[in-house]
Design a protein around this ligand. Sequence first.
Ligand code: AVJ
Length: 322
Amino acid sequence: MTSTDTEEYAFYRVAPEEDDFRHAVIDGLSRRPRCIPPKYFYDQAGSHLFESICEQPEYYPTRTETALLKQYAHEIAAVAGSDCHLIEPGSGSCEKVRHLLDAMQPAAYLPLDISCEYLEKAAAGISEDYPWLDVHAVCTDITDEVSLPFIPEQADAVMFYPGSSIGNFDPEDARAFLACLASITGEGGGLLIGVDLKKDPAILDAAYNDAKGVTAAFNLNLLRRINRELAGDFDIETFAHHAFYNSDRGRVEMHLVSEREQTVRVDGHIFEFSAGDSIHTENSYKYTIEEFQTLAQQAGFTPCRVWSDREDLFSLHYLRTA
Ligand code: AVJ
């Protein structure tokens, strides 16, 4: 771990495995069905494309959740208590937490993200705009085990996990991840988590197939990243973005589908595709409020409060460690 430290702002880098991306891609393209985990979307370009997805009119989750955070910041602060250590795994642009900081008055804010340069900028911005706040940024893969050396024993830890990122995990993995968050927060801690709700599939299909094609570009950027970083020769034009709601599994699936028969080289490995062959790049599970509460309980949390919008598009849960 390397770190730079000034009085109230610190940046830590827990270097991800050297060849992590390479292994995931070679392994994922060798499997049937082919699949690459969604965390690899977020290189510099991918993080920016995701920001742009969040601004698309069809992509309701971000603006709906932001409205809930704004509207209920004081209620959230009341249940979370002041002076907590607020930890945000997968903090991205650190924009959402801004709606909470003034109301919550945490003792410290700890953004964690896999995209180092992106995190560095975002965290420095928070430190500048909230001079009273201690900021400890940690560049790390939150799906690995995370240890946070600077949370004092007696402090209340509150996790902030917005955006329905929990939807990327299969339910069993979501349970394990939540249990991991529960163990980091420890007794007396809490979790404020955004969870996308089950709804009319037409709304979901539109959200993951925006008219401007930003979601398609985000999905296809994974192939560009492979070409850039792993000496790949994907012909991007011959792959199509495919996203749909799978109602049996309660999830939106994203795929990259080869439009013709072709051979692709990555890092000296050869991969054959027939027309119609897909690479499964993301799942985004949707839950009812009750389904999510059951899952959280199985991970050691006690449901405390839920906020949702009038159209029941999105939910925000506050849970305590049991
Ligand atoms: C960041 C995982 C919550 O599933 O909606 C957006 C990612 N993928 N559009 C989601 C995403 C395509 C997003 N999460």
